[in-house]
Structure formats: C-alpha cells, structure tokens
Design a protein around this ligand. Structure first.
Ligand code: B1M
Length: 215
C-alpha cells in the first residue's frame, strides 16, 4: 500500500495528471479509504511541491501542473470524503480586492491551500469590502485572504479590515494579505494577521494561524 502512495506522490510532483487520477482510482478499487489516499498520497506529494517551490527548486508552471493533478484526483475523491474530513484545516475565504482583476497568484494560493486540506471559498476578483464581510457572515471561515497586484488597490485591504470591524466581526476571523506589491510592513500597518510572500509561505502562515486559533 505504501508503494502505491509513493507512486501517487511522485506522479503528482511530476505533474502527471492522468497517472495521478488513475492511481487514485486504483487505490479506491483496492478498498483504500479516500481520506487515506488524500493524506498519504496526494497531500504528501503537495507537501514536497510546497517545500520545493519555497526553496526555488520548482517554478509556477510546474506548481500549477501539480495543483491540476490534485484537482483531477479530488474530482474522484470529493464525493467520498465527508465535508469535515475534506476541510480538516478549516474554511478559508479568499478573493482579489475591489478594482483588481489579477487572479493568477490568488488561484495558485487557493489551490495550494486546498492541497493543504483547507476548504477554500474563492470569491473571485474585484471583491468589495462588503462582499468580504458578507462572506465571513455566511461561511464563518477561520481565515480570510486578500490578494492585490496593483498599488492602487492595496488600500482596499485596509478598507476591508475597517468594514469587518464596523460589522463587529473582526475578531472572529484571522486576516491574511498578499500579492506582489504587498509587504510585511504594509500588513503590519493595516492590522492584518499574516503576510504571504508566495503561495507556499501563504500555506505555512495559514497553518500557523489555524493552529493558533485552535489552541
Ligand atoms: Co497587470 N499589472 N495590469 N495584468 N500584470 C502588473 C501587476 C504590473 C506590475 C505590470 C507592470 O506594470 N510592470 C502593473 C501594476 C503596477 C502597479 O500597480 N505598481 C500592472 C498593471 C498596471 C495592470 C493594468 C492597470 C494595465 C492596464 O490596463 N493599463 C491592468 C489592471 C487590470 C485590473 O486589475 N483592474 C492589468 C491587467 C493585467 C492582465 C489582465 C493583462 C493580466 C492579469 C490576468 C489575470 O490575472 N487573470 C496582468 C498580468 C498577468 C500582470 C503581470 C504581468 C503578472 C501578474 C501575475 O500573474 N504574476 C504583472 C507583472 C508582474 O507581476 N511581473 C502585472 C504571477 C503570479 C503567480 O504572481 O500574482 O505576484 P503574483 O502572486 C504570487 C505572490 O504575490 C503571492 O503568491 C503568488 C504565488 O507565489 N500572492 C499571495 C498573491 N496573492 C496572494 C494572497 C495571499 C498570499 C500570497 O494571501 C491571501
């Protein structure tokens, strides 16, 4: 069984979408639980991908291929996983802020978070402060993540935090911000809880925030 998990992780790291899907189906046919396939095969592979990406040994196109492998296999596994199992790390609401249509980085972060076991609610792009507030009320996430690629849309992050405060729900959620022009200093200044410099570090920070809120 371990050999099958290893093959699955290796195929995922190599970005072989059909093979990952086939190996996942083979494992199910052998009676292996979907949760085990997710944890020991797919997430084990994504963990390596995250580490290599962070170390600069893998690049965005390769990471996107791995994320696609994950998605392909998840299509088979999702119906067999209970919601609580699939979202072991908690719910994460993500979106690109108002006025900003860039979504490649956000999508990458979103896929990596799913790979790490978060249930991701992706609001899309051009998301207003009011939409973030509504999403927190509706989905009750542990974390919300805002992405901005334009210097002109960065202030929307601070406005969103102000709107959450005004709605009285700031303390119910951790807030993460990222995107090319965003820095740790900026994140500190606007009062967010964590800065994600890239997709891999966003996942690490999200895990830390969840561990912190679970204590
Ligand atoms: Co735009 N654009 N763009 N663009 N674009 C930039 C951002 C720009 C730097 C290009 C430049 O001038 N050199 C510039 C911004 C300048 C500034 O504000 N200082 C710019 C501009 C000006 C514009 C327009 C205004 C151009 C125009 O119309 N005159 C316009 C704005 C549209 C709008 O949003 N309202 C525009 C449009 C576009 C396209 C539609 C053509 C396209 C977007 C397509 C899409 O996203 N679907 C586009 C692109 C592709 C870019 C560049 C070339 C690439 C961005 C990208 O996807 N990078 C970009 C130049 C550049 O960055 N080199 C540029 C790859 C991506 C994986 O990286 O998004 O940084 P990134 O995400 C990283 C991290 O930042 C982090 O993790 C990701 C993975 O490591 N991260 C997070 C991101 N979000 C995170 C959230 C987190 C944590 C980490 O927690 C929640």
């Amino acid at each position: 069984m371990e050999e099958l998990f290893e093959k699955m992780a290796e195929a995922l790291i190599a970005g072989k979408q059909d093979e990952v899907k086939k190996l996942s189906q083979d494992a199910l046919d052998k009676g292996i639980a979907a949760k085990q396939i997710l944890d020991k095969g797919l997430l084990a592979g994504m963990d390596v991908v995250g580490k290599r990406f962070k170390a600069g040994d893998m690049f965005i196109p390769e990471v996107l291929l791995c994320a696609r492998c994950m998605h392909g296999a998840m299509d088979i596994l999702k119906p067999l996983l209970s919601e609580s199992d699939a979202a072991g790390a908690g719910t994460y609401v993500i979106g690109t802020v108002e006025g900003d249509l860039h979504d490649i980085g956000k999508n990458l972060v979103s896929m990596m978070l799913q790979g790490a076991g978060f249930k991701v609610v992706d609001l899309g792009t051009n998301i207003t402060a009011a939409q973030f507030v509504d999403a927190v009320k509706t989905h009750k996430p542990k974390i919300i993540g805002m992405s901005a690629l334009l210097t002109t849309t960065m202030p929307k992050m601070e406005q969103t935090i102000a709107a959450l405060k005004e709605a009285g729900i700031r303390d119910q959620v951790k807030i993460m911000a990222g995107g090319a022009p965003v820095t740790q200093d900026f994140v500190d200044k606007i009062g967010a809880d964590a800065y994600g410099a890239n997709a891999a570090s966003a996942v690490d920070k999200a895990k830390e925030l969840v561990a912190y809120t679970s204590v």
